[in-house]
Design a protein around this ligand. Structure first.
Ligand code: GLC
Ligand code: CA
Length: 541
């Protein structure tokens, strides 16, 4: 693995949400030993890296995205030694562990914050963002992502601290060079422990300027990121990915500059927010504008080609399950899951598979008591007390709650899907008896085996990582089709995004192409597309 090789360009990343992946001791919460027991499964799938959602010490107000010790593992997940073993065991299988770094904020139970709130002249005070004031009059009207004001009063010192997320997630002050240095030291420590990469949580928000109501993309953002990269990542051969909700393609070229000055790649969401009402938030549902989806995905393909690198994803731990969202989780569950995978994995960038996506796992519809996510619980309270009907709010929650992604991984059809012998921290999706790993691994036409093929193809044909991109039939209301090409190879991807059979609007020259992959082996009429049919062709050599 040499630096210029950029190994992460033809690898696929698998995201694990540790508390929901595999429990090894019956306490109902997934843990590191559980992950170790499943490494062979991941190797079989063919992935090259695991993005591990946070396992550091945390009061778990936001399931680990509120860290109280960056250099220790939460006992709920295991020990530091377990983490070292996991890193080593994964490496034996050619899998790198990507550590999730939450650098925008800590937990309010982090020792830095406990010190910081003691007095204005405490050496740690300036690690966080404070404003003078009087109780009840906030410094400004900024709101926190999880509801309520973004300011919290600390009576002992007569100041407010700033928090973009929950009250228990005070924002770090990146203007302070000492704080930045502490973070870099911590990152280097993880590199010494063998981390193969880092995912940086809401990294676009670290350079905030609350007085000007700036949260994302603050003026010093890229200066800070380049400094961090120089002080840390550039000493290794890592995969680094920055979460940036509102990145434009221009900004993405900075984040993922091929000169390595910031990160390997950007993880942006422009395609993901499309099914919500404009100017409103994710709970205000709207149908997916399909042409817009094509336009946006196509734009990222062409604009980053040769000068940046994108992450390709439909899912993560914050998003509903894609097969329920933009596919069909009933009659065509497997077929539409494979179709969506085909679109994504044929593009340029590094594909991410979120645990259970490779089985076509679906959303859930629980009663409010069964939700665990702080965002879901808060929006329910906020909206039901401000005039929305309960049915309305529950409908939005069923469609968009982050807990859709957080139900236990479905391993087999035994009690609790083989996830735990105890009581799971969140209810298992009742469809586990039908959708599970054990059922799919042995079945040739399963979603699992389809993902496995896609992952292998990316390694086998360099056109996947290097090829140019051309969107075909951009105005067609049902078909997602594109061409990828290098000097000697061409890849043709054709997908019917919907449930009606149609004539294929792209002429397929069968003298030129051979079929590489399809989710409909029965169909032998090339110019007809069945519901949710997906095909990949490659040029004959
Ligand atoms: C990111 C994480 C999300 C978390 C938030 C605050 O968006 O993906 O899970 O709640 O940051 O850390
Ligand atoms: Ca456990």
């Amino acid at each position: 693995m040499s630096k210029t090789n950029k190994w992460w360009k033809d690898t696929v990343v698998y995201q694990i949400y540790p508390r929901s992946f595999q429990d090894s001791n019956g306490d109902g919460i997934g843990d590191l030993k559980g992950i170790m027991d499943r490494l062979d499964y991941l190797q079989e799938l063919g992935i090259g890296a695991i993005w591990l959602s946070p396992v550091c010490k945390s009061p778990q107000d936001d399931n680990g995205y509120d860290i109280s010790d960056y250099q220790d593992i939460d006992p709920m997940f295991g020990s530091l030694e377990d983490m070292e073993t996991l890193i080593a065991e994964a490496k034996k299988r050619d899998i790198q562990i990507i550590v999730d770094l939450v650098l925008n904020h800590t937990s309010d139970e982090h020792p830095w914050f406990k010190e910081a709130r003691k007095s204005k002249d405490n050496p740690y005070h300036d690690y966080y963002v404070w404003r003078d004031g009087v109780e009840g009059t906030y410094p400004n009207d900024m709101r926190a992502t999880f509801g309520g004001p973004a300011w919290e009063w600390v009576p002992e010192i007569g100041q407010y601290y700033f928090h973009q997320f929950s009250v228990k997630q005070p924002d770090l002050n990146w203007e302070n060079p000492k704080l930045r240095q502490e973070l870099y030291d911590m990152i280097n420590w993880w590199m010494d422990k063998g981390a193969g990469g880092f995912r940086m949580d809401v990294i676009d928000q670290v350079a905030k300027v609350p007085d000007e109501k700036i949260t994302a993309n603050g003026p010093r953002l890229h200066e800070f990121l380049r400094e961090m990269s120089r002080e840390t990542f550039q000493k290794g051969d890592l995969i680094t990915v920055g979460e940036a909700w509102g990145a434009t393609t221009e900004r993405a070229k900075l984040y993922s500059n091929p000169d390595g000055s910031e990160f390997s790649m950007v993880f942006q969401f422009e395609h993901i927010g499309l099914d919500q009402q404009e100017g409103k938030d994710k709970w205000d549902l709207a149908p997916l504008p399909f042409l817009k989806l094509k336009e946006i995905l196509g734009k990222w393909q062409t604009e980053l080609h040769g000068c940046g690198w994108n992450s390709l994803f439909w899912n993560n731990h914050d998003l509903p399950r894609i097969v329920s969202r933009w596919g069909n989780d009933k009659e065509y569950r497997e077929k539409s899951a494979k179709m969506l995978a085909t679109i994504l994995h044929g593009m340029q960038g590094t594909p991410y598979v979120y645990q259970g996506e490779e089985l076509g796992m679906t959303n859930v519809q629980y009663d409010i008591e069964d939700y665990r996510d702080i965002e879901t619980v808060n929006v329910y309270k906020e909206r039901t007390t401000s005039g929305y009907s309960k049915e309305d709010v529950m409908h939005s929650i069923h469609v968009k709650s982050r807990d859709n992604a957080r139900t236990p991984m479905q391993w087999d059809d035994s009690a609790n899907a083989g996830f735990t012998t105890g009581t799971p921290w969140i209810k298992t999706n009742p469809n586990y008896t039908e959708i599970n790993v054990a059922e799919q691994m042995g079945r040739e036409d399963s979603v699992f085996n389809y993902y496995k093929e896609l992952i292998h193809m990316r390694k086998e044909y360099s056109v996947f990582s290097d090829g140019d991109f051309e969107m075909l039939v951009p105005e067609h209301p049902q078909v997602f089709a594109y061409r990828r090409f290098t000097e000697d190879t061409e890849l043709l991807v054709i997908c019917n995004f919907f449930g009606e059979q149609i004539d294929c609007p792209v002429a397929i020259d069968l003298d030129k192409y051979q079929l590489l992959l399809t989710n409909d082996k029965e169909n032998n009429e090339a110019q007809v597309l069945n519901p949710y049919e997906a095909r990949m062709y490659i040029s004959k050599r």
